[in-house]
Design a protein around this ligand. Sequence first.
Ligand code: CLF
Ligand code: SF4
Length: 508
Amino acid sequence: MTVTAWNKHGNAQRGGCAASSCGSSSDAVAQLPDAIRAKVNNHPCFSEDAHHHYARMHVAVAPACNIQCHYCNRKYDCSNESRPGVVSEVLTPNQAVKKVLAVAAAIPQMTVLGIAGPGDPLANSARTFETFRQLSEKAPDIKLCVSTNGLALPAAVDELCQHNIEHVTITINCVDPDIGAKIYPWIFWNNRRIKGRQAAEILIAQQQKGLEMLVARGVLVKVNSVLIPGINDAHLPEVSRIVKAKGAFLHNVMPLIAEAEHGTFYGLTGQRGPTSEELQTLQDACAGDMRMMRHCRQCRADAVGMLGEDRGQEFTLDKIEHLEVDYAAAMVHRAEVHAAIEAKRAAPATVSAPRSAEMLVSLPLTTAGTKTPTPPTRPILMAVASGGGGLVNQHFGEANEFLIYEASVRGVRLVGARTTGRYCHGSAHCEDGDTRLHKTIRVLDGCEVVLCTKIGFEPWGQLEAAGIIPNSEHALERIEDAIAAVYQELIAANYFKQSRIETQRLTA
Ligand code: CLF
Ligand code: SF4
C-alpha cells in the first residue's frame, strides 16, 4: 500500500514518515526540537505514542483544596484530573515515596510520578514538595509531574523548578470571569472565602500568570479543560487560542461527568456531560490552534500502571509496608527495559505503511488527466482492543476499554478512548454476559469497525446486528497500519456505497 504523509506545513511527502525517524509517534514527537522531545518521549500523557509503551503513577498526598468547582464533591478525588466519584488512599510523603520505589522496581516502564490530588497539590505544598524532594534524590530516573487548579501556582513556580519538575498541568476552564462564576462558587484566597465573579477573576488571573511564569522557565505546560455543555463549550476554542499564544504545549479537553449519585452541584442540578461526538467536535475546533491530547483516561489520584489500567490494588500500603527495594539495582533494570522499548519503537513498521498523525491513505482517486472514477469515501470511527505496545493485541472479550480512531482519506488519528468494562469474565460468570455485551455495544456507538485479536461467535453476531463490523484479521499489527489497511479493504469492498445493513451482509 502506498501511503502519503503530511508534514507540519500541510505539504504531502510520499513514501515515508514526515519526520526523519520512523520511530516517530502518531503525535509527531520526532518533529519536536530535541530538548522538548527528550522531555515528552517517555511521558505517557504528554506524548500519545508514549502512552502505548510507558506507564504513570499518582500518589494521593494532597487532600485539601483551595477552591470549589461545581463538578466536585470533596468526598471524592479532584475531578480536574480524575474520573469523578472515586476515592483514593491518602498517603504521607514517606509512605508515598516507599510506594513509588516499590512500583518503579516492579513496573519498570513506569516513567512518571504525578501528584494530582485528591485535592489540589499546591494547596498542600508542604506534603507535595516533600514527596518531590525525596523522590528527586532517591529516584532520579523518574519524571515528576503535577496537576493544579492554578490558584497557588505563581507562588510555587520557583520551588517546582528547584525540584526539576518539567511537566505541569493547569486546569483552565475559562478566561472569562462571567463564565467562571458559573463554574466556581468560591475560592479561598488570602485567608478569606471569596465568591462569584470576583473569585473567578482572581483564579483566572493566577492561572494565566502561572502559565506565563512556567513557560518563561521552560517547563512544559498542559492545560486541562472540563467541557461543560451550555456553560463553556462555545468559549473553549478561545481558551485554547489564548493558552497556545502564551506557550502551553498541549490542551486536554475532558468531558464533564456529572452523576446525581456523586452529590456534586452539577450532578444534583441535572447539568449534563457532552456526548462523544460533542467532545470530538470541540476538540477538533480547538485543534486548529493547538496540539490536542486525545488519550486522557481521567485517572484517579492514586492510579498505577499504563493509562487506562489501574494496578493500584497490587501496591496498597499493607502490601508494601515491609518491602525493601534495592533502587540502585532497580534503576539498572529499568534502563535496560527502557532501551528495549525504544528499540521496538524505532523498528520499521510491520507493513509498508509508515506511522504518522496525519498519515494519508493513498487511494485510487481521480487526478487531473486520468479517467479513474473516484470511489465514495467518508471518515469513519474504528474501535481497537489494545493491551499496549501500539498493537491490535487484545481479545474483544478481555478489553476493558477501546481506543477510538478516525480513518479517512486524510489519514488515521486517535480521537479518544472509551471504557466499556470487560465483557468476558470466564464461563463461571456468563449469566450477565448479555447485559455487559449490550453495554459495550452502547459505549461503542458511532463506531463502524472493531479490531481485536479474537472474538466469540455471540458478540460477533450482536456487533453486526448493531451495525459494527468485527475484524480480527489484523491481530498483532500496529494499530495505525491495521486501520489504514481496513479502510482500504472497505473501499475495495464498496462499503461507502452501501447502507450499513447492506455492508453487514457484504462483509459477513
Ligand atoms: Fe498524572 Fe496528569 Fe501528570 Fe499524567 S495524568 S499528573 S499529566 S502523570 Fe494523564 Fe491521567 Fe489524563 Fe491526567 S491520563 S488524567 S492527563
Ligand atoms: Fe475538587 Fe479539584 Fe476543583 Fe478542588 S480543584 S474543587 S479538588 S475538582
